[in-house]
Design a protein around this ligand. Sequence first.
Ligand code: NAD
Length: 497
Amino acid sequence: MSVSRQNFIGGAGRDGSSGRMIKVFNPATEDETCRVPDSSWQDVNTTVKVAEQALVDWRDVPPISRCRILMRFRELLEKNRSEISGWISKEHGKTREDASAELSRAIDVLEFSCGIPQLLKGEHSHHAARDIDCWSMMLPVGVCAGITPFNFPAMVPLWMVSIALACGNTFILKPSEKDPSAPAIFPELLKEAGLPDGVFNVVHGSAESVNAILDHPGIGAVSFVGSTPVAKHVYERGSAAGKRVQALGGAKNHAVVLPDADMDMVADQLAGAAYGSAGERCMAISVVVAVGDEVGDQLAERLSEHARSLKVGAFDTQPDLGPLITMEHREKVLGLVDSGVKEGARLLVDGREASFERGSFLAPCLFDYVEQDMAIYQQEIFGPVLCIVRVSNYQQALDLIASNQYGNGSAIFTGSGKLARHFCEHADTGMVGVNVPIPVPVAWHCFGGIKQSLFGPLHMHGPDGVRFFTRMRTVTARWPENLIGQRDANLNIPEVK
Ligand code: NAD
């Protein structure tokens, strides 16, 4: 049965003003799961006013007290883990285990945020100059907003919300309209945890609400995660409106495999990294760079076995992977698979052959002998399609990564410490794995790519997350008593003597 959802503004549910509703579907069954408002500029404007009002008190709540609310929220997330994971699986299609793991990674960032008093201490210089003290204060930015993608409907919003609230900001979340039900649970739980009304708000919608957020003068910072064209748009439009913006985009993550790697272990790891969550992860491995034909042959054989053995199905049938997010996206992925065949890559495992009664399922596909100029190499596929590119040496593998437009993550599989160390320094991506296929950093380190995978200087969570959601103010102070008898105006820039 489909549920009708509202926006959550100022501590209560509110209908959207446009009257338009967006239908959300279970991608495994094509049944409607819910409807959310397609919010307008007016809805965003109302929410900003409410968030501005709530900011007046919230920014002065001591950080430790803000953390206590977040700690209670953490307990409520655990209590509601099953319901939240259930909605993720139902609307995204990923397995229950994967949905629950996503929530765990989200909770990691929440736990990191609960240490915010330590992270907001700033710096202090006693006697910076004679009788002068100097210190920095990390203040909230103000009203902040987050715009999030479908592939991690709980984790990505909580990357942003946890740190932003801990830093004393108020927040407006515009979740993905493809799977909005899991994040729609958060405001109720935050309210139950004791968060004052108006501090956290959810506005559902599509491009109109996103553009309203980007243009609104009352919003100081926008954090975005999604595809590269939209990330670029968000970065340019939000920056032009004078906001601080971080916009994470798409990816094409390469795993370089050297001849000394343990091929059985590598194949196990790569199958999970490529086909898990139907390949709809920004850190999925989509390109295997086999260094030497022997490595290529061994991986082609092992990965073919894996790809053929994986069970595809709805989350309640204990599958290895579920459906793609929509039929439309499935068509796009199929089009790319067709183009790979036309352009001459060898399709070792053809997932198109598996048939399904309904739902946007696609079984794993594996290509070998993929060339750099093919569309399946150039474009982000975001589906269960793995490409093997063969190169003759390690340097060619590095050059391939460097010339790719994306720079989210990369990985190397080797027993050589020397080459692994070289790779960490020279692989042209924001995150690197050594014998780790999905190098998603832990919450207290930063997450983010380079090139077309990130617009803006600051990464997500970790110390960068705190920098993004705070404004630095530096104070230089001398007390009036010190000024007695100093009547001569000095027109030079003061020197420390
Ligand atoms: P998307 O760009 O289509 O949507 C992301 C958000 O932008 C949604 O909230 C959506 O409503 C909004 N949006 C979409 N089109 C818009 C438009 N024309 N104008 C204004 N707003 C618009 O992305 P998606 O399909 O939901 O998510 C998948 C993409 O996200 C993939 O490219 C994936 O690589 C990327 N992603 C990147 C990371 C990362 O860390 N770099 C993490 C997760 C996902």
